[in-house]
Design a protein. Structure first.
Length: 126
């Protein structure tokens, strides 16, 4: 399935959605951090909790429509998502995304799988 982000906000959140799922557990700490952080990023326009949840749900559906392997996104799907996110985001937003992803994995304790994904994100978006 080809992937093309219509908006830079979708690309930004798609990468963060993958980060949340990297340890197979989406925590309340991650959700709360994500909402607080996104409210401060200009491209999102200070969304209400309802609008943010709607956007996050839409993006999560897009992300998990990509090919999976053993119930998780395949490596090729993650590579495709990161390549499309790089195309959709200006360099300053890519830098902000890498920083946000690093903070996100620390919000509930970084696991090895999350650290490996963060390294991949840095290489792909750098």
């Amino acid at each position: 399935m080809p992937l093309k982000f219509e908006k830079n906000t979708d690309a930004f959140l798609a990468v963060l959605t993958v980060v949340i799922g990297a340890d197979n557990v989406g925590s309340l700490e991650e959700r709360d951090f994500l909402f607080k952080k996104v409210k401060g990023i200009g491209i999102f326009g200070n969304p209400s909790p309802q609008d943010f949840n709607k956007l996050l749900g839409k993006v999560t559906d897009i992300v998990y429509s990509l090919p999976q392997q053993d119930g998780a996104l395949s490596a090729a799907s993650i590579d495709t998502l990161l390549a499309e996110a790089k195309n959709a985001l200006a360099p300053d937003l890519r830098k902000a995304l890498v920083s946000t992803a690093a903070e996100l994995i620390d919000s509930d304790g970084a696991e090895a799988s999350e650290k490996a994904l963060l390294d991949k994100i840095r290489r792909a978006l750098g």
